[in-house]
Design a protein around this ligand. Sequence first.
Ligand code: AMP
Length: 538
Amino acid sequence: MTAYNYQLILKNIFPGSLRNFGDQEIVYSDKKRFTFNQFYERISRFANGLKEIGVQPGDKVAVLDWDTNHYMESYFSIPMMGSVLHTVNIRYPPELIYLTMQHAEDKYVIIRDEFLPLIEKYASMFDFIKGWIVYSDDTDDVKTSLSPSYNYEDLVKNNEPMNFPDIDENTQATIFYTSGTTGLPKGVTFTHRDLILHAVSLASSVHREPLVVRDNDVFMSLVPLFHVHSWGLPYVTILTGNKYVLPGRYDMGKIIELIDKERITLSLMVPSILYMILNHPKAQEHKDAFSKWKVVIGGAALPRGLARLAESYGIRIIAGYGMSETCPVLTLALYNDRISKKNENERFEYRISTGIPIIFVHLKVVNEYGKEVPWDGKTIGEIVVRAPWLTKEYYKDPEKTEQLWKDGWLHTGDLAFVDSDGYVHIVDREKDAIKSGGEFIPSILIENIVSEIPGVGEVALVGVSHEKWGERPVLFVKKLKDITKEDIYDHIKKYLETGRIQKFWIPDDVVFIDDLPKTSTGKIDKKMLRDMYENMKK
Ligand code: AMP
């Protein structure tokens, strides 16, 4: 007899999960609720339905949807039958939706009725798609001119549960495209093993202070399911048996009600979402629910002002860091042994830092020769990483893959220093870095300082071209109250007087703006701000 060759594949999460937490719930907004047992029944019937219409192992199946139960089901059903889930970025303009689906070589598409008009308009271009699987919240009888089309719920109803195959753990499970603020988006791919080890690491990291996630925590990721596996939470939840809530299409008023009604205790999101939630008229009415809420902010630095505002509501907030290429999570701003011993006030700066690597992540900040910089709280270098779950390639792009994986380390393009306690502090991303007179200006530090001013909402410091200095910083501010440029300069100058910043870091100009432009994943679009400013000056 030979030993059973156990593979780290998604199918293997379920026996333990259903045995122990089969009655735990997955909730889709105020619309539907399923137990884990019912969820599994649906994904296994649906997978057989897909097989029945011709979906083969290795085929790419695209999904166009908001954060719904159908979408979460596809996170499991498609990879578990050996096919590949393509989470299409529905915030892309139509031409990028088309280009990424064509580049991925998608064969089938699962699509919510709301997205049908968009695709039907360009139907003839999607001649490479072999079948469309449609559904709606409102009717069982969805009409579409796309052909051939199948009804999702019929595929669930009319098929027996699949006995999912034993596949190799290195089988590709997912593909999606980076947000692509410059150039065309790049495809990144992840295997079953990647997803499992990422989920295991995340699940076993978050028990630490100050998150202390436990079995009665209720999860609701506010990172869309189309973006980097919603930061892995849908996989973690099945593993750990926590209740999971899907918000549907993002409506901040609804989300606040859900936090209250479903007793949500853990969410992940980019800063702009939290700004919108806390500045929403309903925030006051449901403010008690926030006191039990833990929030991890990632995708961009956590501004100090936002963290203070959140804490004034009783929210336990920390930063996290990762990128599309890294599945995504690399670090969380949890306490290591040394920081646990400090008092609450001292720990604040660690909570808003980029944090410490989670289990399995090897991370170093290196200089231009690849040598690790000292942990001195000031020497800046690039973050490079190794972990078991990083993308092995940019899909069909060997040249960019080579740059990404130079010297066997994944190069993040993020600039940071490390303090004497081992905490990473990102100061900028290479692409956005401002160099003035040959010297580097740490934009996140200035943004943090300005974010402290009461009445300041989102802020962004960008570099604009300058004849003498090469580049100079310009500050964009969304104001929530009546504040003036002088208020901002007065506040920054306090830091100058105490020697915490240098004079040439002070922005040349401050521009008030109603809303900062965002990328398709909800982050501030600095490229657009630079272009806007250059155009204003013409
Ligand atoms: P994306 O691939 O769209 O998720 O973007 C990843 C990039 O977001 C990273 O390379 C960083 O530049 C930025 N980012 C993510 N998390 C943080 C963080 N905690 N602090 C600063 N920048 C971050």
